[in-house]
Structures are given as structure tokens and as C-alpha cells.
Design a protein around this ligand. Structure first.
Ligand code: GDP
Length: 360
């Protein structure tokens, strides 16, 4: 499953946000066979198309795509040198598909800040420095081995060149992901080294309600992390929202300055950050969204449902959601010539409504 690791300094609101994520109990109802782990919070990717499809097909239930969040404790100043829980966090981060850094933007005299003052810029610097130092250590350790391998021609020289470039970027204080976004740094040759800061990254500013409505204040914080994505939410508010029934939550959200809950934003932006998209299947039993990468072909998409679907792939019957929505039924969409048969080279588009034909 798709997993985003949550990091941040102590007392910035990680647990509060995490509670909101785990209270989101829709999952238990929709996925009766899913194992629910205590340190994993799951959010459904909001997708209005699913309701419309369920209506067209008379589906009994709707299964949206989901994003999992896992709490990664232990990053404090000096963690890469063994402070606190030490660099135990490294292993946890390696397992995540992306990293989400929570930053304190709220002011509350009763909640102490580990460094004595609320300063988003300093907090980001503290956390990123630990990640950067850990990557520099990894590079340093790997260098003699890679140099030997290049001499023996078992590794391409471009790997060494990319390592040197990565070291310069990190020593300059940027994460490799920032360099990828800003200057198109190519981290592909470094894949084997599993450097942490090459992972997709996003920032969550945990702010007071008045800041959520303050575009200038948000723009200033956005600037701190640009071109990497930032999300603004009020973790306390989110945890209150998560305890309500969907109708009540919608009403409470309507009275706030936001039009989408922070957790929904988190799922949506997390999805985009990871370069993912969904395709849809629908029938009388269920309407369901399936998660694939942008650029995946039809057989790869089939493989997400079952590996046999990929192996035995013959073709896919596809109609775009928009065309099906306009037509109002599969029969009408067919009559209008909107339903296509696609082969194994077809590149999936977001919102494709699909039925796979396969041989077992
Ligand atoms: P963690 O150490 O990062 O997991 O932080 P916690 O979630 O435990 O939060 C630390 C303290 O800050 C708790 O007392 C929370 O109630 C409080 N807190 C968290 N988010 C907010 C917020 O958005 N506004 C305010 N005023 N307090 C918050």
C-alpha cells in the first residue's frame, strides 16, 4: 500500500494530526478484511466521480483509493549522530514512499517549543539538516565501494558523478528532492543508495484557524519550502472533524474558512506528489478506484487488481468518466461510439472506466 511517513520536531502537532488520521474510521467499514495497525492512519482519496458511477451502475458499495500515513518518531536535533532514539528513524523512512514534514505554525503559550520559539524556518532547517547529514553519511560510506566498482566496470561512472553532485547539493543545505524540483537534478543513478532526501516530500504547516484564512501569511510559509508543495491545516480542528459523522463534519467545515478538510488535502496532494492517478471499475457489487502511476500501461493497471490479470491480459474495454457521465449508461456510451477497445500498449488516463479481458 501507498505509505507516507510523518516526521517533525516534538510538540508540533504530529500526534494530534495522527489521531485525526486514525479516527477516520470509514476504512473499517469499507475494507472489512484490511488489517488496521495502530501506528498507521488511512485517508480515502476524495473522488466525486465514484458516487456518479455507483449511481449509473447501481453499485452496492464504493471503495475509494486510500493513502496510508505512518508515524515516524525520533527525529530531533542530532538524531543522525545518535541523539534521542538515534538514527533508528532512518529504517522507517526508507520504508515510506514519501515523507511529510509537519511544522508548527500555531501559537500557544501553553505548548512549549523544543527550541524555545515558534519559527517554521528554523524547524524545517533542523529536520532537514538531520536528513541531509544522514544522506551525506550514506554517500561517504558508499564512495570507496562505488569507486572500486567503477574501476572494475561493474558500475557506470555516471553514478560516481551523480554522487559528487548530490554531495554538493546536500552540503549547500538543500535536500535532493528540492534540487530535483528546482533544477531537475537527476537522482536516478543514485537509486541503489536509497538516499532519504530523494524521496518525494511535502510540508504540512499546522496553523491556527485565522492563519488558514490569511493568504499573505500562507504565502510566506510556502516560500520557505518552494518549489516543494505545502499544505496548511489546523490539527486540533482536524481531530475534532474526524470524530463527527460525515454530515456534521461537512457542516462544521462549511462554517470554517476552508472548503476541503486538511486530511482530504493531504490525501490529494500526497497522491499528486507521488505521481499517482486512479482508474475506475464499476458494477452492481462495487464501484472502485485503483491506484496506478502516471504513465502505466493497461496490463500494468490490470496487475493492480490481480497479477493474473496482467499475465493473461488480452485487452481493456475503456470509456472515459466524462463520456460515461454524459451518456448516462454504458449502453448509451457504446451507442455513441465512446467505448474503446485498447491493447497492451495503451497508456492509462486518469478517470478511465475499465473492464479488463484476460485469459487465465
Ligand atoms: P507531537 O509531539 O508533534 O506529536 O505534538 P502533539 O500532537 O502531541 O501536540 C503537542 C501539543 O500541542 C498538544 O498539547 C496539542 O494539543 C497542541 N496542539 C497540537 N496542534 C495544535 C494546534 O493546531 N493548535 C494549538 N493551539 N495547539 C495544538
Amino acid at each position: 500500500a501507498l505509505t507516507i511517513g510523518i516526521v517533525g520536531l516534538p510538540n508540533v502537532g504530529k500526534s494530534t494530526m495522527f489521531n485525526a488520521l486514525t479516527k477516520n474510521q470509514v476504512l473499517a467499514a469499507n475494507y472489512p478484511f484490511a488489517t488496521i495497525e495502530p501506528n498507521v492512519g488511512v485517508v480515502e482519496l476524495p473522488d466525486a466521480r465514484l458516487n456518479r458511477l455507483a449511481e449509473i451502475f447501481g453499485s452496492e458499495r464504493i471503495l475509494p483509493a486510500t493513502v496510508s500515513f505512518v508515524d515516524i518518531a525520533g527525529i530531533v536535533r542530532g538524531a543522525s549522530e545518535g541523539e534521542g532514539l538515534g538514527n533508528q528513524f532512518l529504517a522507517n523512512i526508507r520504508e515510506a514512499d514519501a515523507i511529510c514534514q509537519v511544522i508548527r505554525g500555531f501559537t500557544d503559550a501553553d505548548v512549549v517549543h523544543v527550541d524555545g520559539k515558534v519559527s517554521p524556518a528554523d524547524d524545517i532547517d533542523t529536520i532537514n539538516t538531520e536528513l541531509i547529514l544522514a544522506d551525506l553519511q550514506t554517500l561517504e560510506k558508499a564512495t570507496p565501494r562505488i569507486e572500486k566498482e567503477v574501476k572494475r566496470k561493474t558500475t557506470e561512472p555516471e553514478v560516481l558523478a551523480a554522487m559528487q553532485k548530490a554531495q554538493e547539493i546536500l552540503e549547500g543545505g538543500d535536500t535532493l528532492y528540492t534540487a530535483m524540483q528546482k533544477d531537475g537534478f537527476d537522482a536516478e543513478p543514485l537509486r541503489e543508495l536509497q538516499l532519504m532526501t530523494t524521496k518525494p516530500f511535502l510540508y504540512v504547516f499546522n496553523v491556527d484557524d485565522d492563519v488558514l484564512a490569511d493568504e499573505d501569511a500562507k504565502a510566506k510559509m510556502r516560500e520557505l519550502v518552494a518549489p516543494v508543495d505545502a499544505i496548511f491545516l489546523d490539527a486540533k480542528f482536524e481531530s475534532e472533524l474526524a470524530e463527527l459523522e460525515p454530515e456534521e463534519a461537512a457542516e462544521m467545515l462549511g462554517m470554517s474558512s476552508q472548503d476541503e478538510s486538511g486530511l482530504d488535502q493531504l490525501a490529494r496532494i500526497g497522491f499528486e506528489t507521488l505521481g499517482l492517478q486512479t482508474y475506475l471499475t464499476a458494477g452492481p457489487k462495487e464501484t472502485r478506484a485503483w491506484t496506478i502511476h502516471k504513465g502505466d500501461t493497461a496490463p500494468e493497471a490490470a496487475g493492480v487488481i490481480h497479477t493474473d490479470f496482467q499475465k493473461g491480459f488480452i485487452k481493456a474495454e475503456i470509456v472515459s468518466f466524462e463520456d460515461l457521465d454524459t451518456a448516462g449508461s454504458m449502453a448509451e456510451a457504446r451507442a455513441a461510439g465512446k467505448v474503446r477497445m485498447e491493447g497492451k500498449d495503451y497508456v492509462m488516463q486518469d478517470g478511465d472506466v475499465v473492464e479488463f479481458r484476460f485469459a487465465v
